[in-house]
Ligand binder design. Structure first.
Ligand SMILES: [Fe+2]
Length: 312
């Protein structure tokens, strides 16, 4: 009998690095979307990446971030040196707004994602980017989700806005269920998901807000707040167009994810943002989002099916 030497790195050695984590691959293969955060699997290299990302954002956050984000960051007591434990994050966050970070193994289809928000759960990626690609990766990681998104979830008005996205998705699914014609139902749901994704992109991911001083702008979108380069670029660069938020424009505006955003929208306040998402819900119910402009983002079969298969 010969000894067998595995060439596959053990889960502990491989850590929880984006696209390289055996634990995540096994969860996906088993069809497990909602998972635990196996904290002991983070490697020393994973923690170092968190430490490097966190350290370099400090000054930029102070300079460019909305003050509610800075308050949320302080509230969460994130460790600058170690990848956070979701249970620690939730211990500080849940008493404030009821929101909890919920570990997932990968992409959450659109309806499920929005419905999690309705239930004040935030699907959270637990892997962290490779240290060789600190600046850009196409998929979210725990730095984007926890350092970029979650500090805002400590704010009651922002948390209510996220819940309203869930109500919007529910209204869209209910409306779809009433459409008898298959072709029309698919076309309308595709259009509404596109509109919701655009609204989410230009607010929750890449939103700007007026600051306290005249003419001042601050970032509250997580895609901006988790990007060292784009956080300064979005506010300082003359290459960015910045316009007051207009719902009819936003829901018809395509976006691309592989470069800095050339067009951003500015809301007045979190109350303004909340009122706009309220209008989005009304527009869904009134059928005003059934035929938005085609183009990005593409809506996947999984996203579409997630809306069409909701049972009431
Ligand atoms: Fe995000």
């Amino acid at each position: 009998m010969t000894s067998q030497i595995s060439t596959v790195p053990s889960a502990a050695l491989a850590g929880l690095t984006t696209t390289q984590a055996p634990f995540i691959e096994a969860a996906k293969a088993a069809g497990r979307l909602y998972i635990d955060q196996p904290y002991e699997l983070y490697s020393a290299a994973n923690h170092q990446v968190w430490e490097r990302l966190y350290a370099r954002m400090g000054d930029r956050w102070q300079h460019y971030a909305n003050h509610r984000f800075l308050e949320g960051l302080a509230t969460l007591h994130l460790d600058p040196h170690k990848v956070p434990r979701l249970e620690d994050v939730n211990r500080f966050m849940a008493p404030l707004t009821g929101f909890r970070a919920k570990a997932v193994s990968g992409y959450v289809p659109a309806y499920k994602f929005f419905d999690c928000l309705r239930q004040r759960e935030f699907p959270t990626t637990i892997t962290i980017r490779d240290g060789a690609v600190l600046d850009y990766l196409p998929e979210p990681d725990i730095f984007h989700d926890i350092a970029g998104h979650v500090p805002m979830h400590t704010d009651p008005a922002f948390a209510d806005t996220l819940v309203a996205f869930g109500e919007c998705a529910r209204a869209a699914a209910e409306r779809a269920a009433d459409i008898a014609d298959d072709h029309r139902r698919v076309a309308h749901v595709t259009s509404v998901i596109k509109a919701m994704a655009r609204f989410f992109w230009f607010t929750i991911e890449f939103g700007l807000m007026k600051g306290a001083k005249p003419g001042e702008l601050k970032a509250y979108g997580s895609g901006l707040l988790s990007s060292y380069g784009e956080l300064a670029h979005c506010i300082d660069s003359p290459e960015v167009q910045r316009f007051p938020f207009q719902l009819e424009w936003v829901v018809n505006q395509y976006f691309e994810i592989d470069h800095y955003q050339p067009l951003l929208f500015v809301v007045d306040s979190f109350d303004h943002l909340f009122s706009e998402v309220g209008r989005l819900v009304e527009w869904v119910k009134a059928g005003k989002l059934d035929n938005v402009s085609p183009g990005e983002p593409a809506i996947s079969e999984a996203d579409l099916a997630s809306f069409l298969q909701v049972s009431f």
